[in-house]
Design a protein around this ligand. Sequence first.
Ligand code: HEM
Ligand code: HEM
Length: 290
Amino acid sequence: MIITLNQLYKISLFLILSVISVIILYFGWDYYTLPLNKRFFSELHTLLKPSGALGHGFGIIGSLMMLVGVVSYMIRKRVKRFSRLGALKNWLIFHIFLCTLGPILVLYHTAFKFGGLVSISFWSMAAVVVSGFIGRFIYLQIPRTIEGNELSFNDVNKLNINLTQRLRENYNLSESILLMIDEFSFVDLEEIKLSSAISSFIKKTIEQRKALKKIKSVLKKSEISKENRKEVIRLIKSKLVLTRKISLLKSMQKLFGYWHVAHLPFAILMLLIMLVHVGVTIVFGYRWVF
Ligand code: HEM
Ligand code: HEM
């Protein structure tokens, strides 16, 4: 199995995120699991309390990570001058990395104790993260270029026609197999209600899984070579996913529009209260290592 550069990038970020999260949890487990009234007597208290050397540092580094994660993505997406600075989709992955690790560090900063006005900031942050994962799912349902920019309806249709042509012309498949593929990858352009977009997605995915199983068993019995069969299955998979995306495209684009409107206010609320919180702590004399 060959790992592409892009996969290596994602795997490395995922590993960094997991290792850092697990190491801190392992190191602080005895402290974080103590009842609040006993924490003061723990030898880890001076390090891991929200104003401790490490605890305070987690808050600062985690908040900076979120800031960099949001600002860098917004600039790369909006400023034309930076459009050659790496693919947009890789910047989104970097956004997700920083904006997942950042909140995890902030969670350790709170030492799992959420009190006062700043808890609103914490819960807004949690809401943005959860909504981020939902947004990522919708984002992936909208066909894009390798760069990560949205494709138009016509471009997606062209891609679909191209896949059909490749399947028809290159592998000498029988007419009955080709008909079967066409039938299972039918594009349904009937408008779907937004409320049923997700259930339609699940229904279509299940249907297509069954279809793929059926096609695979027919292909196994056909005369096609093992090597070609692998390639054909790969193309059929792409075609099934693409036709599902085309059928749901309008609904997903609308849903993504609404998602954007819901995602931003929580991010702003989190940021505003965080600024107040930081201001208050500085006034109270907390300067971390400085
Ligand atoms: C979104 C980001 C942040 C959240 C959600 C957050 C949340 C919290 C929470 C829940 C506490 C514990 C409050 C309590 O004891 O009841 C706390 C304490 C504290 N935070 Fe943050 N924090 C964030 C960022 C920061 C940053 C960037 C700094 C420093 C520049 C900071 C400095 C402190 C300090 C010094 C305390 C201890 C205050 C004390 O013991 O009175 N926090 N924070
Ligand atoms: C505290 C954490 C987070 C904050 C403050 C945050 C903030 C933002 C903001 C302000 C945008 C709008 C950017 C723009 O329109 O230019 C955005 C977009 C987005 N975020 Fe986050 N985010 C966070 C975490 C996450 C996570 C954890 C994920 C996914 C797992 C995620 C996925 C996305 C996606 C898919 C977009 C849309 C990209 C696009 O339309 O181009 N975010 N985020």
